[in-house]
Structure formats: C-alpha cells, structure tokens
Design a protein around this ligand. Structure first.
Ligand SMILES: O=c1ccn([C@H]2C[C@H](O)[C@@H](COP(=O)(O)OP(=O)(O)OP(=O)(O)O)O2)c(=O)[nH]1
Ligand SMILES: [Mg+2]
Length: 149
C-alpha cells in the first residue's frame, strides 16, 4: 500500500523487512531506568483500515536493554501528528546515549479487520472456554491442561 509521508521517510533496512526504521530527531541521554519521549520527524496518513505499530529494535534491546515503555505503540490511521517514541533504558548500570539520526525503533503497518462490538447475553462455546493465564501449563513436561486459573 502507498502511505503518504510528510517529513522524515521511514526506511526499510532490507527488502522483506516488516519494520521500517524510525530515527531520533534529537540527541537524548538515558540514565539507567530513565525514559524519554523522542521525536522521529515522521508524519503519516495511514490508509483507513490500517494501523501502525511502533516496535522496539531487537539489537538495541539485546545489547543495551533499550525498549519502549508502551511497546507496541499504536499509531491510529487518523493521526497526523509526529510519531514519537517512548523509549526506556532498562539497563541497571549503563547510561545510553542516542544521537540525532540514530535508529531507535521501527514502524510496522498492518491491515485491520473491521470491528463492531455487539452486546450479547451469551458467548458461543469454545474449547478454550475461560482458560487462560497458563491454563495449558508452562513447559512441555509440566502439569499441562489442569484447568482454569
Ligand atoms: O508510541 C506512540 C504511541 C502513540 N503515538 C501517537 C499516535 C497515536 O494515534 C496517538 C494516540 O496514541 P494512544 O491511543 O496509544 O494514546 P492515548 O493515551 O489513548 O491518547 P489519545 O487519547 O490521544 O488516544 O499518539 C505516538 O506517536 N507514539
Ligand atoms: Mg487512544
């Protein structure tokens, strides 16, 4: 799909990538445990029926403990403001310095199913039923299928 962009163009690093990289417009230094809202300079007009998700970059996460507080951040199709990244340094000892132009997150655009929420008295039956939160067990050899929480 074509997505009109004003300002900075998100860029795919490789053909086939799901996420297009988002870069910081300004330098930011994050002390251990500190978060910051960082501009990307990207403004989009996502087509109706699509959503953008701002996702962490796994390299920054694995090497430096950098993640996003609200991962994934949701970009509504009607949003025309600057995409911002709510970045967090989870490392307990190391400060992390972001320079202007550094790739700090990635944008994944997806198509949505149209949804109408309809109030009802009774939901259809399913095999899972109300089971969740580990109801099927935690590992292949552990107590699986022991019912609901
Ligand atoms: O990581 C993010 C998350 C959101 N947004 C922008 C785009 C999105 O469309 C808007 C609102 O986001 P969300 O609905 O998650 O925030 P909210 O707290 O519910 O705000 P609102 O009342 O404006 O919906 O903020 C960003 O730029 N970056
Ligand atoms: Mg909202």
């Amino acid at each position: 799909m074509d997505v009109p962009v004003s300002g900075v163009l998100p860029a795919f690093a490789q053909p086939g990538d799901a996420g297009a990289d988002l870069t910081a417009t300004e330098p930011v230094t994050l002390a251990p445990g500190q978060r910051a809202v960082v501009g990307t300079g990207v403004r989009l007009a996502l087509p109706d029926g699509t959503v953008g998700f701002v996702m962490p970059r796994s390299g920054l996460a694995a090497k430096h403990g950098i993640t996003l507080v609200n991962a994934p951040g949701t970009i509504d199709s009607g949003y025309r403001g600057e995409i911002k990244v709510i970045i967090l340094n989870t490392d307990s000892t190391e400060t992390y310095a972001i320079a202007a132009g550094d790739r700090i997150a990635q944008l994944v655009v997806m198509q949505l199913a149209p949804v109408n929420f309809i109030q009802t008295e009774q939901l259809s039956a399913s095999q899972r039923g109300e089971g969740g939160f580990g109801s099927t067990g935690y590992a292949s050899d552990q107590e699986a299928h022991h019912g609901t929480v």
